[in-house]
Design a binder for this molecule. Structure first.
Ligand SMILES: *Cc1c(COP(=O)(O)O)cnc(C)c1O
Length: 350
């Protein structure tokens, strides 16, 4: 292996994100075995296989392999809306906050930003902000939900609330998009049947490069007509990849091998939560539900100092807004790493 490439992060326990995972030897070997073709011509058998596999798993008609979750979200928003329309989403949602203003730039729509509850929308709040049929208002066209909700500390939606949101959208001719970057983390907790869950949404975005551990790739799911339009938008955004089967194989490997083990990440996150609650420099935690731990510091102004102190001890975490740190568990963090982290956390003094 190219050990020189790894050197800086070699000894680090890296909690910054579940995107930092590296493919295992087994995954890499499987990638090398891929049969490929030109996917812009629809001729990559491995990409086609992956798309069919995920569509079947979630009971959707079709799917599209894309380069990132930002791309799948942006494509979905573009297909579901017309310029001048409005999207309802959470003020802290990825589609609004972390996609470089793409909603405005790519699709020319405005956002109605709701307060929600830990990154999750409620049907009652959505009802209040559906615009009336009146020339003064932009036409509300789409609702976007995020499950699990990243800024909510990996919060999982209540399935009944989602069902109510779906009914409301249907009654009012609104499309419903799921940013399911961490959909498997949600489904492992709420144990809802995949097909029943996905049936609520007109489109679903799923990341392969988060907890599932693939190096690249996201999938967009929907009906045939939607995916046909999505394929065109992907091309326009420069996202048509050629022998993408090498990347798609990693996704196939990830779906077959790395879904059930997410439970372990959740267990590790709970262990960290327990530890943080014992520390006197921690004010409180966002309740841990999945693989994201959000720590609220007693002395917010010292946030970067803590990040630095932890880095000196070879632990990496991320600033997550004023006075907050985020730790994300993933498949490159072992139980030994968690024990080591717990030990070091107890050594950090204010
Ligand atoms: C990571 C993430 C995405 C997609 O991010 P990319 O880095 O573009 O793949 C989308 N939504 C949420 C909630 C995410 O956490």
């Amino acid at each position: 292996m190219n050990t020189f490439v790894h050197s800086f992060f070699l000894n680090m326990i890296d909690f910054r994100s579940d995107t930092v995972t590296k493919p295992s030897k087994e995954m890499l070997e499987f990638m090398f075995s891929a049969e490929v073709g030109d996917d812009v011509f629809n001729e990559d058998p491995t990409v086609n296989f992956l798309q069919q596999k995920i569509a079947t798993l979630f009971g959707k008609e079709d799917a599209l392999f894309c380069s990132s979750g930002t791309q799948t979200n942006q494509i979905a928003i573009n297909v579901h809306t017309q310029p001048g329309g409005e999207v309802i989403c959470h003020y802290d949602s990825h589609v609004y906050k972390y996609e470089g203003g793409g909603i405005a730039k790519n699709s020319g729509v405005s956002c109605r930003l709701l307060q929600g509850d830990r990154g999750r929308l409620t049907v009652d709040e959505i009802k209040n902000w559906l615009n009336p049929d009146d020339v003064h208002y932009p036409i509300t066209q789409l609702v976007c939900v995020e499950d699990t909700a990243n800024r909510g500390g990996g919060a999982v939606y209540d399935f009944n609330e989602l069902k109510k949101i779906k009914s409301f959208c249907k009654e009012n001719d609104l499309k419903l998009h799921l940013d399911g970057a961490r959909i498997f983390n949600a489904l492992i907790v709420n144990k809802i049947d995949y097909v029943e869950y996905a049936s609520l949404f007109d489109s679903v975005s799923i990341c392969l490069s988060k907890g599932l551990g693939a190096p690249v790739g996201s999938l967009l799911l929907g009906n045939k007509e939607f995916i046909k339009k999505a394929r065109r938008v992907r091309k326009v955004l420069g996202g048509g990849m050629r022998q993408a089967g090498y990347l798609a194989t990693a996704g196939i490997y990830a779906l077959d091998n790395n879904v059930n083990r997410l439970k372990k990440d959740h267990f590790h996150a709970k262990e960290l939560e327990k530890t943080f609650l014992e520390l006197d420099w921690v004010k409180e935690l966002t309740p841990v539900e999945t693989n994201i731990v959000v720590v609220h510091l007693k002395f917010p102004e010292k946030r970067d100092l803590y990040i630095q102190k932890l880095k000196e001890k070879e632990i990496l975490c991320m600033a997550f807004g004023p006075g907050m740190l985020r730790f994300v568990t993933h498949l490159n963090i072992s139980s030994e790493d968690i024990q080591q982290t717990i030990k070091i956390l107890h050594q950090i003094v204010t």
